[in-house]
Design a protein around this ligand. Structure first.
Ligand code: ATP
Ligand code: MG
Length: 367
C-alpha cells in the first residue's frame, strides 16, 4: 500500500502543501515545532478519521481559519483510491473517491497505517483505555464492521447506564424489563468485541515476542487479554457477560454505571512474567511500545495482504544507537516509511531514501 500524494490545507500550522511521495523511505526534517508531526498526524487522520494527539477536531484547523482539509491518493497493487477529510468547527466531511461517507467505519481499511509516536509509551504505562484503544484501532483497520460494532456497543452502554441511573433515582423497579433489554444488547455486542480482541491478542503474541527479542535480546515479553468474562466464541462470551451483568445489577445501580464488559477489560504486558508498567525501566517500556507498533504493522500486513504505511515520529531517538539500528532492520524494505527527523544523516545511512522534505514554519519543501 502506497500513499502517492498528500495535500494539506490549513492543517495545524501548514497553510498549504502538496506532496508527491515515493515508495520506501521519505524523511521530513526540520527543527522543533516546525510542523513535522502535523504532517504525520494528517496522514493518520486519513486512515482513521482521528488524530493521535487530540479528540477535538477543531484543534486541527489552522488558527484564524474556518476549515481544514487533507487529501491522500492511495495505490495498492490492484486499485487506487482518493480519500478526503474536510473539517469545520463541529462538522466533518469524509469522502472516498468523491463519494461522501456517512459512517466513519467505511473509511477504515482504505489507507492503513501504523504510527510510532512518543505518546505510545502510554500504551505500556498509561491507563487501560490506551491499551484498549491501541487494540481496537488495530482490529478496526483489518476487520470491516468493527468500528460500527464499537459504536453500537457504546450506544447500548450509554442507554443501560441511563436506565441504571433512573432506577437509582426513582428507587423503583418498574424499569427492570428495560434493563433486561440493554443487558442483552451490551452482552451480545460486548461478546463480539471481546472475541475479536482475544483473537487479535492471540495473533499479536508470537509476533511481539519476535520483535521484542529482535530489539532487546534479553527478556521475554508476553501479552494477554484480561477480562472478567470467560469463553472464546462470541456466544460463550456473551453468556458470560450476561451472567456478570445480572449478578452485579445491584452494584451497577448503586454506581449508576456498568461494571462489566469490554469497556472494563485490559491488556497485560509482561517481561519475564512481571508487568512492564510496574517493573520495567524506561528503556524497556520504550522497547515494548516500539515492539507493539512493529507487531501491529506486521499483523496488518499479514491479515490484509499489503503492508501498511509506517509513520515514525521521533520515538527512536530516545533509544541508544544500537537499538535504533536494530529497529530499522526489523522493517521490511517493501514498506513505505514516512519518518520525521531533526537530524537525517543517520537515517540516510540506514536505507535508501526515496525523498526528503524540509519543514520550516509550516512550509514543506523538497530538500
Ligand atoms: N491549529 C493550529 N494552527 C496553527 N498552528 C498550530 C496548530 N496546532 C499546533 N500548531 C503549531 O504547530 C507547530 C508545529 O507542530 P509539530 O508538532 O508538527 O512540530 P514538530 O516539527 O513535529 O516539532 P518537534 O520536533 O518538536 O516534534 C507548533 O509550534 C504548534 O504550536
Ligand atoms: Mg514532532
Amino acid at each position: 500500500m502506497l500513499l502517492t500524494h498528500l495535500r494539506l490545507i490549513h492543517w495545524r500550522n501548514i497553510e498549504s502543501a502538496a506532496l508527491e511521495l515515493r515508495p520506501g523511505l521519505t524523511v521530513f526534517t526540520g527543527q522543533n515545532a516546525q510542523g513535522k508531526t502535523n504532517i504525520l498526524e494528517g496522514v493518520h487522520y486519513l486512515a482513521t478519521a482521528s488524530s493521535h494527539r487530540t479528540r477535538r477536531d477543531h484543534e486541527l484547523i489552522q488558527w484564524g481559519e474556518l476549515t481544514a482539509y487533507v487529501r491522500g491518493e492511495i495505490v495498492d497493487p490492484t486499485t487506487s483510491h482518493l480519500v478526503e477529510c474536510g473539517l469545520e468547527p463541529g462538522k466533518r466531511l469524509l469522502k472516498r473517491d468523491a463519494q461522501p461517507l456517512t459512517r466513519v467505519g467505511d473509511l477504515y481499511g482504505t489507507l492503513r497505517v501504523a504510527l510510532f509516536a512518543p505518546e505510545d509509551l502510554e500504551i505500556v504505562q498509561g491507563s487501560p483505555e490506551h491499551r484498549r484503544r491501541f487494540l481496537d484501532m488495530t482490529i478496526a483497520q483489518m476487520q470491516a464492521g468493527y468500528v460500527r460494532l464499537l459504536q453500537q456497543y457504546r450506544r447500548a452502554l450509554r442507554q443501560r447506564n441511563q436506565v441504571l441511573r433512573s432506577l437509582k433515582m426513582n428507587g423503583s423497579h418498574s424499569e427492570v424489563p428495560q434493563l433486561d433489554v440493554w443487558d442483552r444488547s451490551v452482552a451480545e455486542l460486548g461478546g463480539q468485541i471481546t472475541a475479536a480482541r482475544r483473537v487479535a491478542i492471540g495473533k499479536l503474541g508470537p509476533i511481539l515476542r519476535e520483535h521484542y527479542r529482535g530489539l532487546a535480546e534479553r527478556e521475554a515479553v508476553e501479552i494477554g487479554y484480561e477480562s472478567r468474562s470467560e469463553g472464546v466464541s462470541p456466544v460463550e462470551i456473551t453468556d458470560s457477560i450476561l451472567d456478570l451483568l445480572r449478578a452485579h445489577r445491584h452494584s451497577d445501580v448503586e454506581r449508576g454505571s456498568t461494571g462489566y464488559g469490554p469497556h472494563r477489560d485490559d491488556i497485560t504486558i509482561t517481561l519475564d512474567g512481571r508487568p512492564v508498567a510496574v517493573f520495567g525501566s524506561q528503556g524497556q517500556r520504550r522497547t515494548s511500545a516500539l515492539a507493539l507498533r512493529l507487531s501491529e504493522a506486521q499483523l496488518l500486513a499479514e491479515e490484509c495482504g499489503e503492508p501498511p504505511v509506517l509513520l515514525v515520529d521521533d520515538v527512536i531517538y530516545e533509544m541508544d544507537r544500537e537499538r535504533r539500528g536494530r529497529f530499522w532492520t526489523r522493517i521490511p524494505e517493501n514498506y513505505q516509511l514516512l519518518v520525521t527527523a531533526t537530524d537525517h544523516r543517520e537515517l540516510a545511512a540506514t536505507r535508501e531514501c526515496g525523498g526528503m522534505f524540509h519543514v520550516e514554519n509550516g512550509s514543506i519543501h523538497p530538500a
